[in-house]
Design a protein around this ligand. Structure first.
Ligand code: ATP
Ligand code: MG
Length: 303
């Protein structure tokens, strides 16, 4: 990892009152970006081909550093896997990149929009499926998608059309009129994913998107995500399911105790770590995080 200079804590005031996961903008329309040095003018894409640039992003919770000066780039259109053990700092990083948490220090640029200067501008171009689903349980699935689409500024008719297509696509059409409170966990996950997609984001943050989703829907979702990257959408994705990573990700970063310990294609990392091209990703992962895998039995289990 490249060394990063420590930047002082900066004031980082979220300006949006939108609920988590909801941006607010007319879709397929370039947004004006205010007050950013790396500004892209309406109709132009940011230079350099980077969808994400992290600049020393740091989060300290009550004296404990959860995310420690992360600095890396993600090129546009990448299926980017963000991996690491429990408590490594993955969700905290995603929360900072999406404006749900204020960084203690550092900054990031998302599709040319600087987080510290135009949080609402960032929210306009991103979608997020967070770890804790931000669903309003007293709405029906269909009402929730209507709400999400309207919050992003989509016209009512277009919202309705996209909501119907998404519900059909994710096999939720028969449950469209059911209260979210009565959805199963997997159904809630699929609905939250639909809400993250409805405004056609340029960068999609997915925190454990496949958790609780059945294999058929999982394949539908991963096929869709792959088609999105082919159209230039960038996916920033966490999962603990390593064969999904191997199948889908163009590039990965591995975080351990708040720091990046490896980044690149899976083959690059195999080469760097000298584990051999036939080593499983699990072996590579265990080596990277120097996991202390317990081999001895728990004597009292089954006794
Ligand atoms: N709101 C909070 N207050 C205090 N500590 C927090 C808070 N959120 C996260 N942490 C701490 O920050 C560290 C990183 O947590 P984070 O949720 O980012 O991990 P993660 O990589 O997403 O793990 P998992 O794979 O289990 O989801 C952990 O030590 C966690 O206890
Ligand atoms: Mg997490």
């Amino acid at each position: 990892m490249r060394a990063v200079s420590k930047s002082p804590a900066r004031s980082f005031q979220p300006r949006s009152t939108l609920p988590p996961g909801v941006g607010g903008h007319p879709v397929e329309q370039q947004h004006p970006v205010a007050g950013s040095k790396s500004v892209n003018l309406p109709g132009m894409r940011p230079e350099g081909g980077d969808a994400l640039v992290l600049e020393g992003l740091t989060k300290v919770f009550r004296g404990q550093t959860a995310v420690d000066h992360l600095s890396f780039r993600v090129a546009r259109g990448r299926f980017f896997g963000f991996l690491g053990p429990n408590g490594a700092g993955k969700s905290t990083t995603i929360k900072m990149l999406t404006g749900l948490l204020r960084p203690t220090a550092g900054d990031a640029v998302v599709e040319g929009v600087r987080l510290s200067q135009d949080l609402l501008g960032v929210k306009r171009v991103i979608g997020i499926l967070p770890e804790e689903l931000p669903l309003y349980e007293r709405l029906t699935g269909e009402e929730y998608l209507q709400f999400a689409g309207r919050m992003y500024g989509l016209p009512r008719a277009e919202t309705g059309r996209r909501a119907s297509e998404l519900l059909e696509f994710l096999t939720l059409a028969d449950d469209r009129g059911k209260l979210i409170a009565d959805y199963s966990q997997g159904m809630k996950k699929k609905l939250a994913l639909a809400a993250a997609l409805i405004h056609n984001p340029r960068v999609l943050f997915l925190d454990e998107p496949l958790n609780g989703i059945d294999p058929v829907s999982g394949r539908v979702v991963t096929d869709l995500l792959r088609r999105m990257t082919a159209k230039g959408v960038t996916l920033f994705f966490t999962t603990h399911v390593l064969d999904v990573v191997e199948r889908l990700c163009d590039e990965v970063a591995v975080i351990d105790r708040g720091r990046i310990v490896a980044q690149g294609t899976i083959d690059d990392i195999r080469t760097q770590r000298e584990v051999g091209q036939d080593a499983s990703l699990e072996d590579v992962f265990l080596k990277l995080i120097s996991a202390d895998v317990r081999r001895e039995d728990l004597t009292w289990i089954g006794s």
